[in-house]
Structure formats: structure tokens, C-alpha cells
Ligand binder design. Structure first.
Ligand code: ADP
Ligand code: MG
Length: 562
């Protein structure tokens, strides 16, 4: 199968490079589907509040503990091209909605598994894709029908949705407390549009983390927190009415890029040289001070001598601030980032009521509060360990996204697989109105939506068959919001359980799952160039102990051999 030989007058013609790999038709479909199913299987057990966490170890031995679908897939470093497509879909889901990645991948995996059965029954993939398309459209319609509008004036639903998104994470113990912070943060950065709707950007909320006592000490700071200390101990630790110069230029003498030699013949020349250097630094510092600034935040370095000059003038300076922080600071303080010292003028300065360096845990951080633009906020995470903080950051990101989704489109559905069951039910009824083969595909789509109920129950140690049949019959009787509440283990009205999610997340799950499934089903020929050899091992040879499992996933050779 390697080099695609074709006969021409008895002579084989080689079209592909020696060593190329080709699989086509059923083989290719089977391989791709299996690979995608393996990926879906690997995130399945993380779904829902009773889902398990994953521990992922990368090439360098760094450990991540998470139940976030996208993070699991990212860290897995998947190699198989079809499996990679599923990973891409998880990314899209994350970028568009910010939550629901696990669900999207689970449904996509199920759609593919069921499509495979149809293919084995000689139903052409094109028919299946068409069926899935109408099914996904119908499912979206159903979601639109059942979604409940919410009033943003009461923050109730915003908070409930934020709590739901964090219920399935390591930080669940603090979900109520963190949800409060998240909702406050998001509402303070939301912009009201002329037509009365809101726009909000998750990036406007800065998230910083520092190990501390517990997640319960996480705070919402009205302003910007920089993980930086003031450069010189002689500078003040606190300045009120701060006038801030934002510099994207260094306060250092430029070093020559090539090896320059200076010939010095006597001590006087050394002194003159040093003096000249000092004068140049002083000149730079004075140019900045002339603008009236009493705080300098610099994206690049600040020379020791310049620090000394600034300290003597009682000016606060911070160096090597991150570019993203500089942009946030510019927005928050109303300042302009100057890219050269000669360029800066007093009109470019930003303003804040207070700048102060505070000790946080073992470190010092700088707080910029009372900014000109009151929309600037920071969530400062204070979990006990770094790993917990990283997972808290991801969970807070999800919760921020969910809140943003709701602020922009204030409609919710209840969770616990209630909406999936409702869509499934509608699709089954709809399928009966369709002719033969398409009917099959739509029915299969309906069944795939039930995989959320099955997975949530399985992860909670409940019997999925019992639960599914109860759910089906209660939806049949018109109980739109009947779902599985996994904490109590009972089928119940999920609106009473207070489990709410933005309809935008659910819609995106359907779109992402359909897209992934149809992309993979459309492929009937995989030609892999034989050029690339196995990727080189990381330096140090191999991974630290215990990595066999994930490594195996990474070097996934071909689904057929799995
Ligand atoms: P995703 O990455 O898809 O968001 P999660 O692990 O966050 O995956 O799980 C989300 C699912 O868990 C949703 O379907 C949501 O309705 C469900 N869920 C959340 N809380 C509960 C609960 N108390 N009972 C049942 N299901 C819940
Ligand atoms: Mg979630």
C-alpha cells in the first residue's frame, strides 16, 4: 500500500514517494473514526460534577491536574490527524463559548461511533452527513424554543450559571464564593450598547494567582494587579494620585550588537567614559520626569544607575512588565504606551488614585487602584498550591466565559442533560416524517445526544439504562426540564436543582459536534507522506517514570493498530 503503484503497459508507475502511507475507503474511515473515538473516550470520564480529574505529565515532567476538556486534549499532544481534528473542535468550542468542550467532544465521538455502524450497513457517509446536518439544525431550533429569557437586573441566573460551570471542577468547594467574584468582575467590564444589549470581553478581567492560604481568600481587586515588585528598595512603596508613564523602551544605555572595543589609555579616560554613560542615563530619566510622571512602568529593563536616580527623586518604577499587562494598563489608566523616550509627553500619562506594593504570600505584588477607567478589574487567586491555582484559573476562565455568554445573550437552559433529552425527543419525532435513509441518520443523531445523560450517570456511578429510560418517559410526558441531578443521583426538574447554563454554550456544543463529525466522515482517503521520520526524543532521552500511558497516546501510530 505504500507507493501507489499503477500499471502502465506492464511497468509500475510510482506516484507517491517511497514509504508513503495510504489508506482509503472503509479502511480510512474506520481508522479515523476509531482515532476520534479514542480521543472522545479519554475525556468522557471528566464530564459533569462527578467526573474525574486527569493528571497529565508533559515532556519536561510538568504535571497538570485538570478536568477541563480542552486542557486535557491540549496536553495530550495527540498525533493522529483525525484525532487532531477533534482537538481543534474542542478549541473552537472553547474560543466561541468558553465552556462545554467535554460535552462537544463526547457527542462528536458518539456521532462518529454510530455513523460507523451505519457505514457498515452500507449507508454512504454523504447520506449520513446530510442527515446529521438537518438533525443539528432541528436541534438548534428546539434549543431556541425551550430557552428561557432571563433578566440581567437580578444577578441570580448569572451566578447560577457560573456556579454550574465550576461545579464540575476541582474548585467546586468554593464555587459559590468564586461565582460571586466572577459575576461582579464580568458585570463591571460589560459595555451597554446603544440598542440596550451588552458586549463584554473576558480579556478585560485580569486574572493573577499567588499561592496563599486557600481559594476562599481569592479577591476581586478594583484595578490592576501586577505580579511585579518595585525595582529599587529606595523608592516609595506607595504613591497616591499616580501619574503613570508607560514605556515600551528600556532605560538603559544601548549595548553594541557586535563586539566593540574601546581603547583606553589612562585612568582619566575611564572616568570620562563612565561619566558619559551616567550622563546619558540621567538625561533619559530626566526626560521622563519632565512629563510630570511619578510612576514609570517599563516593558523593558531599567539600569541600576537609572533606578538610583529615580529613587532619589521619589519615583516608583517597575520593569519588564508583560506586554499584555501594558495594554491592560493603558486601557485602565487612560495612558499611552510610548515606544521611545524622546517621544513621551505629559499627554501620554495614565492616571490612578493609588499605586502600592503589597506583600502577598512570600512575594510582593503591585496594586494599581482607582484607575481612570473604572472597568479595570483583577481577580487574584490565592489557592494553596500552584497546581490548584492553575486549575482555578482555568475554571474561573470558564465561569467568566459563561457569564459573558449570558450577558451577551441572556437566555438559559437547565442542565443535567435535560436540554439534550428534549432535543433528542424532538428529533425522534421529526425523524418519523423523513424518508428512509435520512431518517436513520436523524435518529442516530437523536441517540447520540443521549450520550450526555449516559455519561453523566456513569460518571456518578449510577445505572445509565434505568436513568435513560426514566428520562425518556418523563420527557415524553412533557417534562422539559427533567434531568439527572448527579449530586443526589435522582432524575428531577433541573430548574429546581438550580443547574443553569447559557443557551449559547449548548448551541455551540451542537454546532461543534456536528462539524467535527462531518469533517471526519467526509474523508475517505488518507495519504501520509513517508518523509517524516519519528520525531526526535526530547533531550535527556525519554520521559520521567510513569509516563508510558500518555506517551503511548502521543505517538499514536495509526488507529487501526490501536
Ligand atoms: P463541559 O466541558 O462540557 O462543560 P463539564 O465537566 O463542565 O463539561 O460538565 C458539564 C455538564 O455537567 C453539563 O451538561 C451540566 O448540565 C452538567 N451538570 C452540572 N452540574 C450538574 C448537576 N448538579 N447535576 C447534573 N448535571 C450537572
Ligand atoms: Mg463546563
Amino acid at each position: 500500500m505504500s507507493s501507489l503503484p499503477t500499471q502502465a503497459g506492464g511497468v509500475p508507475v510510482l506516484v507517491l514517494r517511497e514509504g508513503s502511507n495510504r489508506s482509503r475507503g472503509r479502511d480510512a474511515q474506520h481508522n479515523n473514526i476509531t482515532a476520534a473515538k479514542v480521543v472522545a473516550e479519554s475525556v468522557r470520564s471528566a464530564l459533569g460534577p462527578k467526573g474525574m480529574d486527569k493528571m497529565l505529565v508533559d515532556n519536561f515532567g510538568d504535571v497538570t491536574v485538570t478536568s477541563d476538556g480542552r486542557t486535557i486534549l491540549d496536553e495530550m499532544d495527540v498525533q493522529h490527524p483525525a484525532a487532531k481534528m477533534l482537538v481543534e473542535v474542542a478549541k473552537t468550542q472553547d474560543n466561541e463559548a468558553g465552556d462545554g468542550t467535554t460535552s462537544a467532544v463526547v457527542i462528536a465521538g458518539d456521532l462518529l461511533g454510530r455513523a460507523e455502524e451505519l457505514i457498515d450497513k452500507n449507508i454512504h457517509p454523504t447520506i449520513i452527513i446530510d442527515g446529521y446536518k438537518i438533525a443539528s439544525e432541528k436541534a438548534l431550533e428546539t434549543l431556541d424554543k425551550i430557552a428561557m429569557p432571563v433578566d440581567l437586573k437580578s444577578k441570580d441566573y448569572l451566578k447560577k450559571a457560573a456556579v454550574t460551570s465550576m461545579a464540575s471542577k476541582l474548585v467546586a468547594e468554593y464555587k459559590e464564593y468564586l461565582a460571586d467574584l466572577v459575576v461582579k468582575a464580568m458585570l463591571s467590564v460589560a459595555d451597554k450598547q446603544e440598542d440596550g444589549t451588552f458586549r463584554a470581553d473576558v480579556d478585560d478581567v485580569k486574572v493573577e494567582k499567588k499561592t496563599g492560604e486557600s481559594l476562599g481568600d481569592t479577591t476581586l481587586v478594583k484595578g490592576i494587579v501586577l505580579d511585579k515588585e518595585i525595582v529599587h528598595s529606595g523608592m516609595p512603596k506607595r504613591v497616591e494620585k499616580a501619574k503613570i508613564a508607560l514605556l515600551d523602551a528600556s532605560l538603559e544605555n544601548e549595548k553594541p550588537e557586535f563586539d566593540a572595543k574601546i581603547n583606553i589609555e589612562n585612568p582619566a579616560q575611564i572616568a570620562a567614559f563612565l561619566k558619559q554613560e551616567e550622563a546619558m542615563l540621567k538625561d533619559m530619566v530626566e526626560k521622563v520626569i519632565a512629563t510630570g510622571a511619578n510612576v514609570i512602568i517599563c516593558q523593558k529593563g531599567i539600569d541600576d544607575m537609572a533606578q538610583h536616580f529615580l529613587a532619589r527623586k521619589g519615583i516608583i518604577a517597575i520593569r519588564r512588565a508583560k506586554k499584555s499587562d501594558m495594554e491592560k494598563l493603558a486601557r485602565a489608566t487612560g495612558g499611552k504606551i510610548a515606544s521611545s523616550i524622546d517621544e513621551i509627553s505629559s499627554a501620554d500619562l495614565g492616571f490612578a488614585a493609588l499605586i502600592e506594593e503589597r506583600r502577598i504570600g512570600d512575594d510582593k505584588m503591585t496594586f494599581i487602584e482607582g484607575c481612570k477607567n473604572p472597568k479595570a478589574v483583577t481577580i487574584l487567586i490565592r489557592g494553596g498550591t500552584e497546581r490548584l491555582n492553575n486549575e482555578a484559573e482555568r475554571s474561573i476562565h470558564d465561569a467568566l466565559c459563561v457569564t459573558r455568554d449570558l450577558v451577551q445573550e441572556p437566555r438559559v437552559v437547565a442542565g443535567g442533560s435535560a436540554p439534550e433529552l428534549e432535543m433528542s425527543n424532538a428529533l425522534k419525532k421529526y425523524a418519523e416524517t423523513l424518508p428512509g435513509r435520512e431518517q436513520l441518520a436523524v435518529r442516530v443523531f437523536a441517540e447520540a445526544l443521549e450520550s450526555i445523560a449516559v455519561t453523566l450517570s456513569e460518571n456518578a456511578g449510577l445505572d445509565p439504562i434505568d436513568i435513560l429510560s426514566e428520562l425518556r418517559s418523563r420527557h415524553e410526558k412533557g417534562e422539559t426540564w427533567a434531568g439527572i441531578e448527579v449530586l443526589s443521583g435522582k432524575v428531577q426538574d433541573m430548574t429546581k436543582a438550580g443547574v443553569f447554563e447559557p443557551v449559547a454554550v449548548k448551541k455551540q456544543i451542537i454546532k461543534s459536534a456536528y462539524e467535527a463529525a462531518s469533517l471526519i466522515l467526509k474523508i475517505d482517503d488518507v495519504i501520509a507522506s513517508g518523509k517524516s521520520k519519528a520525531p526526535p526524543m526530547p533531550p535527556g532521552g525519554g520521559m520521567p517514570g510513569g509516563m508510558g500511558g500518555m506517551g503511548g497516546m502521543g505517538g499514536y501510530p495509526g488507529a487501526g493498530e490501536y
